[in-house]
Design a protein around this ligand. Structure first.
Ligand SMILES: Cc1ncc(COP(=O)(O)O)c(C=O)c1O
Length: 306
């Protein structure tokens, strides 16, 4: 597919009609939310990773589809990109014993990084065959553009003819397709890349925790560093990191998260080194001390660098 966002929107749109019910995780990515918005039937949201809530919504959905003759489409993520938490795929799959539904997993952050072969979070949790549709963008571990969906042949053939954004838009340029095939080959044949990624992840997350940083409950390479500060402070702080420490990372601030919180999202890669990890932890100690001392309240640092 051309992009992950558009791919997910169109997959959801194609997979359901007004007789069907969607059940989805409350912290789903915007592309899932937007795909769900296109749905003309009922949709039920379950509390993030909460299997009791998921089961309750499956019960409501089951009552509805028994009348409508439709099906239930459950959607979650393999790795939640803000927290680094894994979706509870195992828990959802276990509910298949009691309820009839198809499971769609957006594994944007898990593909290439999770599981023995890098197949993703479902492989990591031992439920690869019980997930009906696997999705990933090529924009994370593959460092490119594009996306794929994988699943049973019959569903994929159906999607080939029903994904509106693939049919009514230009397709992925061939150089990107060839590049994606090469990257897939690297994931398959060079497991040392993933091994190095995890060496870096463990060193970075361990080092940050040891230095007293709050990094939540991540169990994946996504590494959120949670600090307290204003939106203005967060921009001065990331500017300082970029200009004076040569460290680029994205920030998450209000209104995505509550006022007063700053999340610096670090994405370790297979080509980072242990020296990069040490440098990052040292820089983070500096910027945390600056933040606590109120140095980012004004824009002197920005002006000095300009
Ligand atoms: C969970 C998730 N799904 C989908 C996407 C969209 O992928 P793309 O950037 O290829 O549109 C992203 C990332 O941006 C994502 O994090």
């Amino acid at each position: 597919m051309n992009y992950g966002y558009q791919g997910v929107v169109s997959i959801i749109d194609a997979m359901v009609d007004r007789h069907d019910v969607i059940v989805y995780d409350a912290e789903s990515h915007a592309c899932i939310v937007d795909g769900v918005r296109l749905h003309q039937g009922q949709r039920f949201m379950f509390k993030h990773n909460d299997m009791e809530s998921c089961e309750k919504q499956l019960q409501r959905a089951t009552r509805l589809v028994e009348k409508s003759g439709g099906g239930i489409f459950v959607i979650t993520e393999g790795v939640f990109g803000m927290s680094g938490n894994q979706g509870n795929l195992k828990g959802i799959v276990a509910l298949k014993d009691k309820y009839s539904f198809r499971l769609f997993v957006d594994d944007a952050h898990g593909f290439g990084t999770m599981g023995k072969r890098g197949s993703g979070t479902a492989e990591e949790q031992g439920v690869i065959d019980q997930v009906d549709l696997h999705f990933s963008t090529f924009a994370k571990s593959m460092a490119s553009i594009g996306a794929f969906v994988a699943g049973p042949k019959a569903i994929l053939n159906f999607l080939r003819y029903n994904l509106r954004s693939q049919i009514y838009a230009k397709s992925l340029p061939m150089p990107l397709v060839v590049g994606a095939l090469k990257r897939l080959d690297l994931i398959r044949t060079q497991p040392e890349l993933k091994d190095n990624l995890w060496k870096i992840v463990n060193a970075l997350q361990g080092g940050l925790r040891e230095a007293g940083f709050e990094i939540g409950t991540t169990s994946t390479p996504v590494t959120p560093v949670i600090l307290n500060g204003t939106v203005a402070e967060s921009t001065h702080l990331t500017f300082d990191l970029r200009e004076n420490y040569d460290i680029f990372c994205s920030i998450v601030v209000y209104p995505v998260i509550p006022k007063g919180l700053i999340i610096l999202r670090l994405i370790p890669t297979a080509v980072h080194t242990m020296a990069d990890v040490e440098r990052t932890i040292a820089a983070f100690k500096d910027i945390k001390a600056n933040l606590l001392a109120g140095k980012y309240q004004h824009d002197q640092l920005v002006n000095a660098a300009l």
